[in-house]
Design a protein around this ligand. Structure first.
Ligand code: GLU
Ligand code: MG
Length: 449
C-alpha cells in the first residue's frame, strides 16, 4: 500500500470511528471466542502477548452463556448461575489482520469449550461438528469439503433499487470490497468472488472451500471480517436472514462434497442420476430425509421463514434439483473448460441456511443426516419424481423446532443436554419477537446480525 493511500484510509477511518484516537499508548488485544448457538461470536479479549499460554490455561466461561439468545436475553436455563467451563483457543483457527489504517488489529482466535479436566463440554459447538465429522470418517474414511457462500447487506451504499449484479452497484461500494478481500487474504483464506447481489445494498462473497472443521471456522472469519471491514468505514455489514419482508433474503449456501482419505473427490459419477456417486447419493438422501427438521438448526431465526417463501430464489420445499436455485439441495454445475476437472468442481449446495445459524451446528447437523443416509443406504427420488415427492419446509421456527424435537435421531446428534438447551434457547428467542410484525422482526434481527 502506498503511503498516500494509507494516509487517506487512516484519516477517513479516524474521522468515522468514534472510539479511534491517534497517538495514545496502546497494546494489542486478541479476542478468544466461540460462535454460539445463535450464531453470534462471544468471548473475551486478552493481551496478545498472553495468547501463547492460553491453550494451556484456557479462559473462564459460564455454561449459561450458551443460553444468551440473539437478543441478549437468557430465558429458562438448565444451567442456572452454576459452574465453570473453559474456552480453549485453537491456534489453527486464528486470524490477525492489520488494516494498516492506524486502527486496532483485528485478532480473533476461535476456541473449544472444555470442562476443567480438559474433556469436551457437552454444549461446545465445535465439538458438535467434530463428532459429526468423526462419524463420517468412520464410513470408509470419508472427509467433508465445504464452502459457505454468504450474502449480506452493506450499509455504506445508498439504497437505490436492487444491486442486481450491476457494475454500478459493484462500484458504489467504493474501496470496501478491496479492503475486505485484502483482509480475507491476510487471514489466510482464498477469496474467490465478491459481487453485487440481487437485493437492495446486497453483496455476496465466496472463498475456496476447506476440509472439515476449518470450513466452519472460515465461515465465521468471512462474516466477521465483513463486519470488521465495514466498521472501519463507519458502516455495517449485516447478514441478517432478511431485512425487508418484501425484499430478498441473505442466504448462506453451504456447498459440500466428499473426499476420500487421500483427498480424492468421490462425489462425482457422470453415469449415475444427478451425476452423484452411490455414496454421495446416499449422503444427499440422508440430508433430504431430515431437511425439514434440519431447518431448526440451519435456518434458526423467526425471520428465516420470511426468507424461505416463494419467488426469492430461496427454498420452500425439501427437494433436490439440478441447477435449480429454488431447490433446497442444488446439484451445482461443472464447467468443462480446458484443463478443468469436473470431479473436483462438483458439489451439492444446501440452501435452507442463513447466518442466524452457528456454522458448526449447521454443518454438523447436515453431516449427521448425511451419515445416516450412507449408513441406511438411502436413495434419492428420481429426477422426474423429485418435486412431486418433496416434503414442505417448516413455515415457522416453532414448527421447525417441533420437527427437530420429534426426530428421534436428533438426540444422538446433539446429546440430551445440548438438544434440551438448544430448544429452550430458541424458544426464548421466539418469545422476544412473536408479537412483533414481520417488518419489526426484520428490524430487530438486522441490528444483531
Ligand atoms: N438471496 C437468495 C437466498 O436467500 C439466493 C440468491 C442466489 O441464488 O444466490 O438464498
Ligand atoms: Mg447469491
Amino acid at each position: 500500500m502506498t503511503e498516500r493511500r494509507r494516509r487517506g484510509l487512516r484519516s477517513s477511518a479516524a474521522a468515522l470511528l468514534a472510539n479511534e484516537r491517534q497517538g495514545l499508548i496502546r497494546e494489542e488485544l486478541a479476542f478468544i471466542g466461540t460462535c454460539d448457538v445463535c450464531g453470534q461470536v462471544r468471548g473475551k479479549g486478552v493481551p496478545a502477548t498472553e495468547l501463547a499460554d492460553r491453550p494451556h490455561r484456557g479462559v473462564g466461561w459460564t455454561p449459561t452463556n450458551v443460553m444468551i439468545n440473539a437478543f441478549g436475553i437468557i430465558g429458562q436455563t438448565p444451567f442456572g448461575a452454576l459452574g465453570d467451563v473453559m474456552m480453549v483457543p485453537d491456534h489453527s483457527a486464528e486470524i490477525r489482520i492489520d488494516y494498516e489504517d492506524g486502527g486496532p488489529i483485528e485478532h480473533l482466535v476461535l476456541a473449544d469449550i472444555r470442562e476443567a479436566d480438559g474433556s469436551p463440554w457437552s454444549c461446545c459447538p465445535r465439538e458438535f461438528l467434530r463428532l459429526a465429522l468423526a462419524r463420517l470418517e468412520k464410513l470408509g474414511g470419508l472427509r467433508l469439503l465445504a464452502g459457505f457462500e454468504q450474502e449480506f447487506v452493506y450499509t455504506g451504499v445508498e439504497a437505490q433499487g436492487g444491486n442486481r449484479y450491476w457494475i454500478d452497484a459493484f462500484r458504489r461500494q467504493g474501496s470496501f470490497g478491496e479492503a475486505y478481500v485484502a483482509a480475507l487474504r491476510q487471514a489466510g483464506l482464498e477469496p474467490e468472488t465478491f459481487l453485487a447481489e440481487f437485493g437492495v445494498r446486497q453483496y455476496e462473497v465466496t472463498c475456496a472451500p476447506a476440509l472439515g472443521l476449518a470450513a466452519a471456522d472460515q465461515a465465521i472469519f468471512i462474516r466477521e471480517l465483513a463486519r470488521a471491514t465495514a466498521h472501519r468505514f463507519g458502516h455495517r455489514a449485516t447478514f441478517s436472514p432478511i431485512l425487508d419482508p418484501d425484499g430478498v433474503g441473505n442466504g448462506v449456501h453451504i456447498h459440500v462434497s466428499l473426499r476420500d482419505r487421500e483427498g480424492r473427490p468421490v462425489t462425482f459419477d457422470p453415469e449415475r442420476p444427478y451425476r452423484l456417486s452411490a455414496v454421495a447419493e446416499q449422503f444427499t438422501a440422508g440430508i433430504l430425509h431430515h431437511m425439514p427438521a434440519l431447518c431448526a438448526v440451519t435456518a434458526p431465526s423467526t425471520i428465516s421463514y420470511i426468507r424461505m417463501t416463494p419467488n426469492r430464489w430461496a427454498p420452500t420445499i425439501a427437494n433436490v434439483g439440478v441447477q435449480d436455485r429454488a431447490a433446497s439441495l442444488r446439484i451445482c454445475p461443472t464447467f468443462a473448460g480446458p484443463g478443468s476437472d469436473p470431479a473436483r468442481q462438483f458439489n451439492i449446495e444446501y440452501r435452507p441456511a442463513d447466518a442466524a445459524a452457528s456454522p458448526y451446528l449447521a454443518l454438523g447437523a447436515v453431516v449427521q443426516a448425511g451419515c445416516e443416509g450412507i449408513e441406511k443406504a438411502m436413495r434419492l427420488p428420481s429426477p422426474e419424481e423429485a418435486e412431486r415427492s418433496a416434503k414442505p419446509l417448516p413455515r415457522s421456527l416453532e414448527q421447525a423446532l417441533e420437527l427437530l424435537e420429534a426426530t428421534a435421531e436428533a438426540k444422538g446428534w446433539f446429546g440430551e443436554t445440548l438438544l434440551d438447551a438448544y430448544l429452550k434457547h430458541k424458544r426464548s428467542e421466539i418469545a422476544v419477537v412473536e408479537k412483533l410484525s414481520p417488518a419489526e422482526q426484520c428490524e430487530r434481527y438486522a441490528q444483531l446480525y
